[in-house]
Design a protein around this ligand. Structure first.
Ligand SMILES: NC(=O)c1ccc[n+]([C@@H]2O[C@H](COP(=O)([O-])OP(=O)(O)OC[C@H]3O[C@@H](n4cnc5c(N)ncnc54)[C@H](O)[C@@H]3O)[C@@H](O)[C@H]2O)c1
Length: 325
């Protein structure tokens, strides 16, 4: 499936890395475009980013393209366009438009990219007005080929939804709360000098995606902090049925290791430092020593590399491609 990647911010950078690591996933990124980074600054970003490493690639900016040489592989030439999306020479020229800039996160805005050969726009954020929101590991199998604008959810939606669905199937979830302490991209630090409470799109997407979760029985507390590392996310559930803590956590452990939550979550025997969460591919890394059950109140403290939620987005792209996307 040929694809244009629009947006080389934190999410786009993580996506590019994940895609390079999975050459056989059926996705062929043919062009990258960004309104902020010139070709030279995009090449420099790949060479110098403090977190996402491209040290295994020789990177060059040549003839309007990013050239990436990976050992043992054919050189990759990704056409590069620096400028506003509306003026892109890549409009309508690939099967998919990967909308990762954050600037077109509504169905109406995203539909502008459906032209020529481009039959699908996949938005890296919650997207009101999208034809479908598909959360990998929860409802990605329900992909409908008539859906032209897809949303993958968000980092918090992906962290919460499959876990809540799994818990509900076993114990019933009567209500839930999520507390998020979220980073900001390095280039936005100056604009965020203090912690600030913000609405989170999980607040509306959680009950919309999970029929058992009533909106009035779900709450998200989201705080953006002036810090660029991995983030924290704590889940609190009121279970509908009684459970024994050890049995519940053993079942959760099994689901994360070999069951339906495999690859999506880890339940760690220790409590990883936030720094150790960098580049972890799971949607959330839960800490068993911090987990607790008081009566029917289950608390699951976790952390996540929210930027690396790009891995879930790639999972979704591959799943959609396999279904004839
Ligand atoms: N960062 C995350 O944790 C995360 C996780 C999941 C989804 N998303 C979603 O992905 C989309 C993009 O998010 P992001 O985190 O990549 O945002 P970002 O701010 O890092 O990048 C967005 C855009 O900002 C511009 N930009 C990059 N560097 C810049 C600089 N130094 N100065 C000025 N502008 C610069 C680029 O044009 C880039 O496309 C958003 O819709 C977001 O909601 C982000």
């Amino acid at each position: 499936m040929s694809a244009v990647l629009h947006g080389l911010g934190r999410f786009g950078l993580h996506l590019l890395r994940a895609w390079l690591d999975r050459p056989d996933g059926g996705i062929d990124i043919v062009a990258i475009q960004d309104a902020h980074h010139s070709l030279a600054s995009a090449a420099a970003l790949l060479q110098q980013d403090a977190k996402v490493s491209f040290a295994d690639c020789r990177i060059a900016a040549e003839d309007g393209a990013l050239r990436l040489d990976l050992p043992g592989r054919q050189p990759l030439r990704l056409a590069y366009w620096h400028g506003p999306a509306a003026g892109s020479p890549w409009l309508g020229r690939a099967d998919w438009w990967l909308e990762c800039s954050g600037d077109f996160a509504s169905g109406e805005a995203a539909r502008a990219f459906l032209r020529g050969r481009t039959r699908r726009v996949i938005v890296s954020a919650t997207c009101p007005g999208a034809d479908q929101t598909l959360v990998f590991g929860y409802n990605h199998e329900h992909f409908d080929r008539r859906a032209a604008v897809l949303s993958y959810g968000s980092c918090t939606v992906n962290a919460f939804v499959p876990l809540a669905a799994w818990l509900h199937a076993r114990y019933g979830v009567a209500e839930a709360e999520v507390g998020v302490i979220h980073n900001v991209p390095p280039h936005r630090l100056a604009g965020h000098p203090h912690p600030v409470r913000r609405p989170c799109t999980l607040q509306t997407e959680g009950p919309r995606l999970l029929p058992f979760l009533a909106a009035e029985r779900f709450h998200v507390d989201y705080v953006l902090i002036p810090y660029t590392g991995p983030s924290l996310i704590d889940f609190r559930f009121e279970l509908a049925r009684p459970a024994a803590a050890a049995a519940l956590l053993d079942a959760l452990q099994a689901a994360c290791s070999t069951g339906p939550l495999r690859g999506l979550y880890a339940l760690e025997a220790g409590t990883p430092s936030t720094a150790a969460l960098a580049l972890r591919p799971e949607s959330a890394v839960l800490s068993r020593p911090l987990a607790r059950l008081h009566g029917r109140r289950l608390v699951l403290p976790a952390g996540f590399d929210n930027e690396n939620s790009a891995v879930r987005y790639l999972d979704l792209l591959e799943a959609v491609a396999q279904r004839g996307g």
